[in-house]
Write a protein that binds this ligand. Structure first.
Ligand SMILES: [Zn+2]
Ligand SMILES: [Zn+2]
Length: 144
């Protein structure tokens, strides 16, 4: 992987299209393109190196649901993962491209009182990889 802006050009040219494992129906996974939105100022883009298959992924595959969450539209599965930082948003100060990271699958806001208090698992804005409507991380690249 090149440094800095290189990945952008590769993505644009289509030679390095981001592919992911999509749950498209009962017991049906498909490897399909996964277009990522532009990076926000607090976001980072990670090139995935390893993604575990969790019990919840298998549950979604077999039943299209997990607890109260129901898969109504195709969703990228996977949430226990590790990779390498490829690009960071303008406000990100604690990561640089090339850093090796293990990802916390629950993405909290880090700005509310609960988050600032260290109880980010209770954040009302919590988003969780591979929990509708949030896509998972079984992909070449993800944003977080
Ligand atoms: Zn899990
Ligand atoms: Zn929060």
């Amino acid at each position: 992987m090149g440094k800095g802006g290189k990945s952008h050009e590769e993505t644009k040219s289509g030679e390095d299209e981001n592919m992911a494992a999509w749950l498209v129906g009962l017991n049906t996974l498909k490897i399909q393109p996964f277009k990522l939105p532009p990076l926000g100022p607090h976001d980072a883009r990670v090139r995935m190196k390893a993604v575990g298959i969790c019990g919840s992924d298998v549950h979604y595959l077999k039943t299209m649901r997990c607890a109260d969450f129901v898969v109504k539209e195709p969703m990228v599965i996977g949430h226990e993962c590790a990779g390498i930082i490829e690009e960071v948003g303008s406000e990100v100060k604690n990561l640089v491209p090339g850093d090796r990271v293990a990802l916390e699958p629950g993405i909290s806001c880090w700005r509310c009182d609960l988050c600032k208090d260290g109880r980010y698992n209770l954040c009302p804005e919590m988003k969780f990889f591979a929990t509708p409507p949030v896509h998972g991380s079984l992909a070449h690249q993800v944003n977080l």
